[in-house]
Write a protein that binds this ligand. Structure first.
Ligand SMILES: [Zn+2]
Length: 549
């Protein structure tokens, strides 16, 4: 038995009670209450007692939206985050290639889309060919929605002027005047046609960086991961390594995943089949479903604002157009019903308000058809179509968000039309009886890995430090700022709901798994501007310490 005493324990139970002590037996919480009660509880029993010394304890944080498998893949290549000119990007890629001679391919992530947009150019194969022309080079943008490759990669993948675009106008190969692909790949369907065919994944490398990432997550207080999918071939990795890591205890988080991303109506059947296959494999291996499960299908309704591919209801100011969502409303309904009938929950990437509107229409149709138990999540909830905000509560749509995106940026003024609804109307979702969840969207965002920054930014709608991003300012309206309870609830019990584990994790209550974290400062008592500095002292998952400072 383990007892934790003299703490400030925010239990996140129904009535948001505070406690002083917790007792854990094996993987479960067996007592929550005051110090005296804990003393009585452990009297006469063998117990290891930890004095929390007044520190804050919270339920283990759940990353409700991330891509750890894809993140592991990216980590094993060249990382360009924070590099803002083409010359420096090229220099970094060259350094990486020179440091790793003789590889079958080179991959990476994090080229800055903004750099290209601001300079009126697009990523082009020639910019990589001059660094490497005999080995495929394949690099994702910061958003993870667009990719850039060299001529060798296009050749190996057999992509030529005659190759049709996988989803014209939505996911395609950028082309020159003669129709030749330029090496700029827009959205996942086009990108995976290259990445799958040149087999850019090295299983051993990915395995190693996946475990490294798991350690990093534990150090940041994360005890469960909701993996929102990767590209086609990444599944091969998941089939093997993931189950081994779960069984051996090397993975320091519970894992809930979907396997693949579904980008169009034509991919829905395959997406369901894959989720079924993964569930069956997990079942065959007798993997503990409370540690690893595949219970939802992930769909993409649009792209991103930085790539000008998010389906917003008015044209982007700089290009004068805006794309439609990937699915029509009719297709959303058809897809939603198929997934619900197969018994899976649904998680939909929506950035633009038109994308989110399709999700609302789909959920309404599901409820009307009697699918009341299907859990539906808006993966990003950036924009919600005018009038749809109350529907999140009414229809039971969980609004997931990445709090470190809750800030406004000067350069957006030239891109985003002013008639759009406000970004992240999440206090309104809560006021309408809805739930909000939180995720890092790692590896799209690296700093999202540290939830303390998110806790702060959800409350302030501003960058966590003034100097961190020149030209950023507070996102209006102030009425959408969340409370500390709101953001902690999002990271814990609401994300547990998304995993269908709200009876098992997400709060510190008797009978639940012992997933808890101890923090070095009390985020309820310090100024909000200081919250980002908060560090994790100890992370406990399933009763075991997975990190200690
Ligand atoms: Zn994502």
């Amino acid at each position: 038995m383990k007892a934790y005493k003299n703490g400030k324990i925010y239990t996140v139970n129904e009535t948001r009670d505070w406690a002083e002590a917790v007792v854990v037996d094996g993987d479960r919480i067996v007592y929550v209450g005051d110090n005296d009660g804990a003393e009585n509880f452990i009297a006469g029993k063998q117990a290891e007692v930890t004095d929390l010394g007044g520190k804050l304890m919270l339920p283990g944080l759940i990353d409700g939206h991330c891509h750890p498998v894809m993140g592991a893949f990216f980590k094993s290549g060249v990382v360009l985050n924070g590099i803002f000119t083409l010359e420096e990007m090229q220099a970094e890629i060259r350094r990486h290639i020179e440091a790793h001679p003789g590889k079958k391919y080179y991959h990476g992530k994090g080229f800055q889309e903004e750099y290209f947009i601001q300079n009126g150019i697009w990523p082009d194969k020639s910019m990589l060919d001059c660094i490497c022309d005999d080995t495929p080079v394949f690099i994702y943008g910061t958003s993870g929605h667009v990719a850039w490759c060299n001529s060798c990669a296009l050749e190996k993948a057999g992509i030529t002027a005659d190759t049709p675009d996988p989803h014209p106008g939505r996911s395609y190969f950028a082309r020159d005047d003669e129709g030749n692909p330029t090496g700029y790949l827009v959205e996942n369907m086009a990108a995976s046609m290259v990445s799958d065919r040149v087999e850019v994944i090295d299983e051993e490398e990915v395995d190693a960086s996946f475990l490294e990432l798991s350690e990093e997550y534990a150090a940041n207080g994360v005890t469960a991961l909701c993996d929102m999918g990767g590209l086609g071939r990444m599944l091969d990795y998941m089939k093997n390594g993931l189950f081994d890591f779960v069984e051996s205890g090397k993975l320091k988080q519970r894992f809930s995943g979907c396997g693949v991303m579904v980008n169009s109506i034509g991919e829905v059947d395959d997406g369901i089949a894959l989720a079924q296959e993964l569930s069956r494999r997990a079942g065959d291996r007798k993997v503990d479903p409370d540690k690893c499960r595949f219970s939802f299908v992930k769909m993409f309704q649009d792209g991103t604002l930085e790539d000008l591919t998010a389906a917003i209801s008015a044209p982007y100011l700089n290009i004068g157009t805006a794309p439609d969502p990937f699915f029509t409303n009719e297709e959303m309904i058809e897809a939603g019903k198929k997934i619900a009938e197969a018994g899976f929950d649904i998680n939909v990437h929506c950035i633009g308000d038109m994308a989110a509107h399709g999700l609302v229409v789909m959920t309404q149709a599901l409820r009307d058809a009697g699918f009341h138990d299907t859990r539906v999540t808006d993966s990003h909830s950036t924009y919600i179509y005018k009038g749809d905000v109350p529907k999140f509560g009414e229809l039971g749509i969980l609004a997931n968000t990445t709090f470190v995106w809750h800030a406004a940026f000067e350069e957006e003024k030239d891109i985003l039309p002013p008639q759009l609804p406000p970004m992240y109307e999440l206090k309104s979702v809560l006021n309408g009886g809805g739930k909000i969840g939180a995720g890092s969207d790692y590896p799209t965002d690296d700093f999202g890995l540290e939830p303390s920054k998110g806790l702060q930014m959800g409350c302030t709608r501003s960058m966590y430090r003034d100097d961190i991003y020149p030209g950023s300012y507070e996102l209006a309206p102030a009425s959408e700022k969340l409370s500390m309870d709101d953001v902690i609830t999002a990271y814990t019990i609401s994300n547990a709901y998304q995993m269908r584990m709200e009876d098992q994790i997400g709060s510190i209550e008797v009978g639940k798994y012992a997933d808890m974290i101890i923090l070095d400062q009390n985020v309820f008592e310090i100024p909000l501007e200081e919250v980002y500095k908060t560090k994790v002292c100890e992370t406990i998952m399933n009763g075991e310490t997975t990190y200690r400072k």
